[in-house]
Design a protein around this ligand. Structure first.
Ligand SMILES: NC(=O)c1ccc[n+]([C@@H]2O[C@H](COP(=O)([O-])OP(=O)(O)OC[C@H]3O[C@@H](n4cnc5c(N)ncnc54)[C@H](O)[C@@H]3O)[C@@H](O)[C@H]2O)c1
Length: 439
């Protein structure tokens, strides 16, 4: 059997564990390896040192190319599929170039960062006859699959409204504000970068297109005016070292682990210690109160879907516990789902401890509790399962639950995220169809 050939754009932390390792027969414990049928032929990245370190440490023998060598990479290594896992703003470029070279594309969420880029990738996909798939892993948790099945079975009847409250804790939430994600030009804002996970879930549960959005949002905790930013007696910011020493986020998560003088904080997810020599040059300190931050950390949105369902959504990036409360009211009853998670600094173990309970309240009658047992693997067990769909063949369950996501799904969540940002800026409701059409 001829192996399917993959070229990776962006040796991100995400790509290391989710793409490069499983494709090369080095998936971590519990995950499937796909090297019998697949080959990671090349890796493109702006950071040669990072890639070379990875290849040395793992013994993987893919060819390295820099960001200007995309065409050369395709000519020399003949990939069938381009994997895109760079910072979000650059997804569009690599998707389009991959499609132009007649490759299929698998792209990390979010597909792109605005509706202009959506139009570009849609046109390229249509012209190429090739396919884009979006790696929406969050659909694949046992809890979300169960909920989708209950909806498909008609347990709720017609879904009238959805309540979705998502909170990120002071470790995970803060981490976005010292990484590239904190700049809108790179991530589209968390309304796209992070909320696209949540928007995709609701779009998928409802199997519907969001139509109109009204939203508020603000930067409360982070950035130069962060609520808990330590200051001197006259209210001026402290010098960077003193600021960290006195900052409650630093004290809680980093005190005694990293020197406030030396490093920028770290998520702990870069467990091969590959470093980011280009993305985060040495000596350029980043912290959660920097002037470069130009996104929000708090969102509240009302959304109307095309079939009439209403969504009430909020997201906050600095809360004492991480998790979410999701409820849906239908003509036959109500489903409530509460989920506490533990953002694991290594990305490998803690999610196994996660557990969810789904409670179904029929409109008339006694309640029913469905306990979802913990599973192994990142993102509540989702990552191992989606890998089977991306690199193998979609399972029967995936087909039944419409788990695999294409460009249309990518488009819906990005458009909703951009509409949230535009509504915040203009203080007006936003018509998503007009936004998509470029009006
Ligand atoms: N599905 C999920 O749950 C999930 C989780 C985390 C991240 N992601 C997505 O994965 C992608 C990577 O995120 P991350 O936080 O792991 O990234 P990262 O910061 O760990 O790595 C980014 C990589 O891209 C390289 N790079 C930067 N600019 C580039 C360019 N223009 N061209 C080529 N290479 C470039 C950097 O050198 C680095 O190796 C993002 O799209 C993110 O949204 C998805």
């Amino acid at each position: 059997m001829q192996k399917k050939r993959y070229a990776l754009c962006g040796l991100s932390n995400r790509a290391v564990f989710h793409f490069a390792m499983p494709l090369s027969g080095k998936n971590h414990k519990g995950g499937t390896n796909f090297n019998g049928q697949s080959e990671l032929v090349s890796i493109l990245d702006v950071d040669e040192t990072r890639v070379k370190r990875f290849l040395e440490q793992t013994g993987i023998s893919s060819a390295y190319y820099n960001a200007k060598q995309f065409d050369r990479m395709v000519t020399e290594t003949h990939p069938d599929v381009i994997l895109v896992a760079t910072p979000d703003y650059s997804h569009c470029e690599y998707i389009v170039r991959g499609l132009e070279k007649k490759c299929d594309v698998i792209v990390e969420k979010p597909m792109v960062i605005n509706c202009r880029q959506i139009r570009e990738v849609q046109a390229a996909e249509k012209k190429s006859g090739r396919q884009i798939r979006v790696a929406f892993n969050y659909r694949y948790t046992p809890t979300h699959k169960k909920l989708k099945r209950l909806i498909l079975e008609g347990k709720l009847g017609k879904i009238i409204n959805v309540e979705f409250v998502y909170n990120l804790d002071t470790f995970h939430g803060a981490s976005y504000f010292y990484r590239w994600n904190r700049e809108r030009s790179k991530s589209g804002g968390l309304n796209i970068h992070k909320c696209c996970h949540h928007f995709d879930l609701v779009n998928w549960f409802l199997d519907d297109m969001p139509e109109t959005v009204f939203a508020f949002g603000a930067l409360n905790y982070y950035g130069p005016h962060g609520a808990l930013r330590p200051r001197d007696k006259k209210g001026r910011p402290l010098d960077p070292i003193e600021e960290r020493k006195r900052c409650p986020y630093f004290q809680k998560h980093y005190a005694g682990k990293i020197d406030p003088d030396e490093d920028s904080p770290s998520t702990g997810w870069d467990i091969f210690k590959l470093g980011y020599h280009v993305q985060y040059p040495h000596g350029k300190k980043r912290y959660i109160y920097d002037d470069a931050i130009d996104i929000e950390d708090t969102y509240s949105a009302n959304v109307k879907y095309s079939k009439g369902t209403l969504l009430n959504y909020s997201c906050n990036f600095s809360t004492p516990w991480e998790g979410y409360i999701l409820a849906m009211n239908g003509t036959r009853g109500r489903i409530e789902l509460s989920h506490h998670s533990n953002p694991d600094p290594t990305g490998l173990t803690a999610p196994a401890e996660e557990k969810s309970v789904i409670t179904f309240f029929p409109l008339f009658g006694g309640k029913e509790e469905i306990v979802i047992p913990p599973v192994k693997g990142g993102h509540g067990g989702a990552d191992f399962v989606i890998q089977n769909d991306l690199f193998g063949a979609p399972s029967r369950e995936s087909r039944e639950l419409q788990l695999t996501a294409g460009s249309e799904d990518g488009l819906r969540s990005v458009a909703l995220g951009e509409a949230v940002m535009r509504s915040i800026k203009t203080r007006r409701p936003i018509d998503i169809r007009k936004l998509l059409a470029g009006r």
